[in-house]
Design a protein around this ligand. Structure first.
Ligand code: CUA
Length: 160
């Protein structure tokens, strides 16, 4: 069978490229601990903002301390805000974010961290992050969700 030299080179180049990309996925997964958000649970977007749903609780009760330095945060995304949009935890805390939307698709990205996920109505997205450094961490919506998209953000305050 005759294969043209250029065609063969393209096949080899493609195999190298796939190998490099697969390698990069492994490096980000194992060396950098990039987590892939997976569907956690389904909710009804029409009732998710009303009790007894944890996203229907009063806003200041949506961050719950499970144990010392261990928190869970139920954040409701809606056009164009997150509720709660200000979360305060002590340094060293591990926070599991449970984020869902009651209207359209949003995003949830804690800047300068590897927490970055889509927020889809009807689904709960979850990722966990440990805050080892005090300071203010901004989280933003990074999926275009309408004219107020750029105003959709909040802050995690990590107190020393
Ligand atoms: Cu919500 Cu963009």
């Amino acid at each position: 069978m005759h294969i043209d030299r250029r065609e063969r080179n393209y096949v080899i180049f493609t195999i190298i490229l796939i190998t490099v990309f697969a390698g990069l996925v492994m490096v980000s997964g194992f060396a950098y601990g990039i987590q892939v958000p997976e569907p956690f649970m389904e909710v009804d977007p029409n009732t998710v903002a009303t009790p007894p749903s944890p996203w229907g609780a009063p806003v200041d009760e949506r961050v719950r301390e499970l144990a010392p330095n261990k928190y869970e945060a139920y954040i409701l995304a809606q056009t164009w805000t997150f509720l709660p949009n200000r979360i305060t935890v002590p340094v060293g805390s591990t926070v599991t974010f449970y984020v869902t939307s009651k209207d359209v698709q949003h995003g949830f990205n804690v800047q300068q961290t590897n927490v970055n996920m889509m927020v889809v109505p009807g689904e709960v997205s979850t990722l966990t992050l440990t805050f080892d450094e005090p300071g203010e961490y901004t989280f933003v919506c990074n999926e275009y969700c309408g004219v107020g998209h750029q105003t959709m953000y909040g802050t995690v305050v990590v107190e020393p």
